[in-house]
Ligand binder design. Structure first.
Ligand SMILES: [Zn+2]
Ligand SMILES: [Zn+2]
Length: 343
């Protein structure tokens, strides 16, 4: 069995089924016997990760337990009834299970920005949009799994590409079969497609990349201070800015085709770290990047093809913030250039 110790952590093995319950079809009162091994949720574990671990401990596919509970895998926004069913099946506190779930919170955000994944969800006490969370696919830190074999909530943040604890790049594809990691596995440390365990040997990422991952971790876990340029933005807005700056920075090169900012070269494999380094560098570095990035298309107007457009759109929803003012001054500069070019 994978995830050694999962079964050993069980604290409430039920007594063996009576003959009567073996003969009877499952009813709510006999349902607990269908999952005799009931590991405790681990600190920082996601509900989907727990469902997979619970399934594996009882030698089932995740689908089996998901059907018992009446949810999908991955499990997003389970209803009260589903959480109560899971609590009955496992003997765990329903409030604790609810805290591991991402539940709808507040009205959805405009589809124009996030498409179909525009629902607002609570994520460790923060309001996020589903767009910012992993979905059908998952990512893992193999070093973390060696220490404790469960899925961390933090890994579901799509912008997190490096483990803040170990500095290893998060694994999102299986090194053996190259398939995306999905939830179709009986153990978090195994690839569901080829069944192999992930190899545990990676190099640490550059310090800038680890710093960006630690910023995200601290922002999520402790509401840590943000860089000056984004200090008055919400959690969701900060994620939006990181994502949009990363898109713009990927296209910002000097006339020799080299990345414009040294931080961009050092963080080439991590768009999130590139964005974080630029935001840390301050307004001038970011404006230089936007100018270089906007120049990749000849059209002076910021059209759909321009890599700066997502950033301008994101800033448009940050009324009165320092970041919005910076981006709007850039847009005015761009508009003036456009006027001069057409004169
Ligand atoms: Zn790790
Ligand atoms: Zn594989």
């Amino acid at each position: 069995m994978s995830c050694p110790g999962a079964a050993a952590r069980d604290d409430q093995l039920p007594r063996r089924s009576s003959e009567a319950s073996l003969r009877s079809p499952p009813t709510p009162s006999t349902m607990p016997n269908m999952l005799p091994i009931r590991p405790n949720p681990e600190p920082g574990e996601s509900l989907t990760g727990y469902l997979v671990r619970l399934s594996g401990a009882n030698l089932h596919e995740p689908r089996f337990v998901a059907d018992l509970v009446g949810v999908q895998i991955p499990c997003i926004d389970p209803g009260d009834h589903q959480l109560e069913t899971l609590a009955k099946l496992t003997g765990k506190d329903v409030g604790r299970l609810a805290a591991m779930a991402y539940r709808k919170s507040g009205p959805s955000v405009s589809r124009s920005r996030y498409g179909a994944r525009h629902h607002r969800l609570s994520f460790l006490g923060h309001s996020v949009v589903r767009h910012h969370l992993m979905d059908e696919t998952r990512q893992v830190c193999v070093a973390c799994l060696k220490e404790a074999c469960h899925h961390r909530i933090l890994w579901d943040l799509r912008l997190l590409d490096t483990c803040p604890e170990h500095g290893w790049r998060m694994l999102s594809k299986c090194p053996h079969c190259s398939k995306d990691l999905r939830w179709n596995t009986t153990s978090i440390d195994l690839c569901g497609a080829c069944g192999k365990r992930f190899p545990a040997a990676q190099e640490r990422e550059p310090q800038e990349v680890i710093s960006a991952a630690r910023f995200l971790r601290d922002l999520v876990q402790y509401g840590a201070a943000k860089p000056e340029l984004v200090e008055d933005l919400s959690f969701l807005q900060t994620l939006d800015v990181l994502e949009a700056v990363a898109v713009a920075a990927q296209r910002a090169h000097d006339s020799d085709g080299r990345p414009l900012h040294p931080a961009v070269e050092r963080t080439a494999k991590s768009p999130t770290a590139t964005a974080y380094s630029l935001i840390l560098s301050g307004e001038h570095a970011l404006l230089d990047t936007l100018r270089a990035s906007a120049a990749v298309t000849r059209n002076p107007v910021l059209d759909e093809a321009n890599p700066v457009l997502p950033l301008v759109r994101a800033a448009g929803r940050m009324n009165g913030s320092r970041f919005e003012r910076m981006v709007m001054s850039f847009v005015r500069e761009r508009a003036a250039q456009s006027l001069m070019a057409s004169a």
